[in-house]
Ligand binder design. Structure first.
Ligand code: HEC
Ligand code: HEC
Ligand code: HEC
Ligand code: HEC
Ligand code: HEC
Length: 401
């Protein structure tokens, strides 16, 4: 039997696809309707560990996810930089709290625990309160004490009437495998804050316009490979190496002028490189002495970033690379006395914006209670810098004999 294209079947499939799309939209609109509703009373028969919302409790059974999650910025989403700012709000300014925790710690139970902590004025000590645990498992997976997750790897979902599962079983939704799941917090909506006509957060739309979306590579494909809860990004050296392709050309010498180039192309990032205003990528070439020290006056740089004023009043420059876009640093500087090699380097300051922002917060009289935390956040933001590409090429010298 020859396989012929059937218009009837094609339409039927399209309709089924359309329905699934709607189901995902509907699921997500409900799942991420913030402020999230309180979980309410746990079902009768739930053991305390099944009713608990803290990640450690989940990890008793889901050890791999817990071990991964602990290493991520999602787990650290209520770090000192966020909490330091929240502590100076009134305990009952719940809408203002929501303005931040709807992404950083969205459970209703976390909103309550944050409000209580602000009212208490002093840190409680001991085990971290629920709001301090950031973007928890339950924020993505638990609503009304029911668990939601992606279909099993074999595509199946728990059958009704099977052997009873912990926490009353779970419900499968394809929404977990969809990029729109992440858009809930990584994409601003129409009318949200924009600068120079561009939303401050536009990751999902950048992705959607890219070849990666057309090739069926979702956020999860790159950030949760094999469903691992890793979410590596601009803070991770390995991830940054996969983000771009870099080519260098050897130094060419004309008289005492050195010319060279470094081309950097966004080949592995499913959105702009980088997507936010916070990181700064610095591409640079310089001449070094035999001991590796940089020779003053020989440094040439190109910054890849969306640079904005600290008060977000203005966009200063936007040199981010769209998917498959390339930038080239053309080096053209005189040979310096003592130069032995030419160094090509690409480094990143993942928290460049925040470092400046924390400094300006500390320079004002505001942020009284949050001050020690903001100071800690500033220190931390200055320790995250790293170099993810470095190459040295010898500089030929005129024959001295
Ligand atoms: C007592 C052990 C236990 C505890 C505690 C527990 N789980 Fe589970 N969970 C299971 C088992 C067993 C399954 C069933 C796996 C299956 O059916 O494939 C499951 C299924 C799930 C699923 C569906 C997995 C999928 O394939 O989509 C999610 C999501 C989930 N749990 C999240 C959580 C979260 C979040 C917590 C903490 C708030 C938690 N669980 C606490 C044992 C536990
Ligand atoms: C729409 C979701 C969203 C909202 C709302 C939001 N953030 Fe964030 N925030 C993010 C994302 C995503 C990042 C990581 C990317 C980045 O650094 O820009 C982040 C990073 C941060 C950081 C730097 C990382 C850290 O943990 O130190 C701080 C500080 C921060 N946010 C504070 C706040 C404060 C304060 C508010 C409320 C006024 C807020 N955020 C509202 C999504 C959000
Ligand atoms: C930011 C949201 C988010 C957080 C936080 C989160 N998960 Fe998930 N989880 C997901 C998504 C999305 C998937 C599906 C990934 C995919 O299909 O590629 C998933 C998948 C799972 C699965 C199914 C895994 C499999 O191999 O089939 C389990 C179980 C699970 N998560 C448990 C947890 C636990 C336990 C925690 C906390 C330690 C946690 N999750 C934190 C979003 C989250
Ligand atoms: C409930 C809101 C929320 C959801 C849903 C969410 N994120 Fe995040 N994500 C955040 C916040 C907030 C941060 C910043 C945490 C911080 O540093 O304080 C973040 C940070 C990250 C980072 C780390 C970036 C870096 O600077 O290295 C990556 C990568 C990331 N998210 C990917 C994802 C992906 C992929 C999904 C979907 C599976 C997802 N996120 C879903 C809120 C969310
Ligand atoms: C083809 C792989 C790929 C896809 C698809 C992808 N990312 Fe990324 N993402 C990366 C790489 C590589 C980085 C590190 C380079 C960078 O920061 O731009 C990154 C960085 C990030 C960061 C760190 C912040 C920053 O300023 O760059 C966040 C947040 C993030 N991705 C979220 C997402 C979300 C949400 C989606 C889906 C809408 C997504 N990513 C799709 C590869 C991917």
């Amino acid at each position: 039997m020859s396989l012929r294209f059937s218009p009837v079947l094609f339409c039927a499939l399209l309709a089924a696809c359309g329905q699934q799309e709607d189901a995902i939209e509907e699921f997500l609109a409900h799942h991420w309707a913030r402020p999230l509703a309180p979980q309410g009373r746990a079902p009768d028969g739930f053991a305390p560990v099944e009713a608990a919302l803290d990640p450690d409790s989940c990890g008793g059974c889901h050890a791999q996810q817990l071990a991964d999650w602990r290493t991520t910025l999602h787990a650290g989403a209520m770090g000192p930089g966020v909490l330091g700012q929240l502590l100076d709000l009134a305990p009952d300014a719940l809408d203002e709290h929501q303005g931040c925790i709807r992404c950083h710690a969205p459970l209703a139970e976390q909103a309550a625990s944050l409000s209580a902590a602000i009212a208490r004025a002093l840190p409680r000590g001991g085990q971290a309160a629920l709001h301090e645990q950031g973007l928890t498992c339950a924020a993505c997976h638990v609503r009304g004490h029911a668990r939601f997750g992606p279909p099993r790897r074999d595509g199946s979902a728990p059958a009704s009437g099977g052997a009873p599962l912990p926490h009353g079983g779970w419900k499968a939704s394809a929404a977990f495998e969809d990029a729109r799941f992440c858009a809930a917090c990584h994409q601003f909506g129409e009318g949200d804050f924009a600068l120079n006509g561009k939303l401050l957060e536009n990751t999902y739309e950048e992705w959607k316009a890219s070849r990666h979306a057309r090739e069926g590579k979702s956020c999860q494909s790159c950030h949760m490979p094999d469903r691992r809860h890793l979410w590596r990004g601009v803070h991770d050296e390995q991830m940054m190496r996969t983000a771009v392709s870099i080519r260098t050309t050897a130094p060419a010498r004309t008289g005492d002028l050195i010319e060279a180039a470094l081309a950097i192309r966004n080949t592995g990032t499913g959105h702009r490189f980088p997507t936010y205003v916070t990181p700064k990528v610095i591409v640079e070439i310089y001449q070094a002495r035999a001991d590796g020290a940089i020779l003053r006056g020989s440094l040439q740089q190109h910054v890849i970033a969306r640079l904005v004023e600290l008060d977000l009043s203005r966009e200063i420059a936007d040199t981010r690379l769209a998917p498959d876009e390339e930038a080239t640093l053309q080096y053209r500087i005189r040979l310096q006395p003592g130069a032995q090699s030419l160094v090509y380097r690409v480094r990143v300051e993942p928290d460049a914006f925040y470092a400046g922002f924390y400094r300006s917060l500390l320079a004002t009289d505001g942020s009284a209670r949050g001050r020690p935390l903001i100071r800690a956040a500033l220190e931390r933001s200055q320790r995250t810098h790293f170099t993810f590409f470095e190459e040295r090429r010898p500089l030929s010298r005129p024959n001295a004999k």
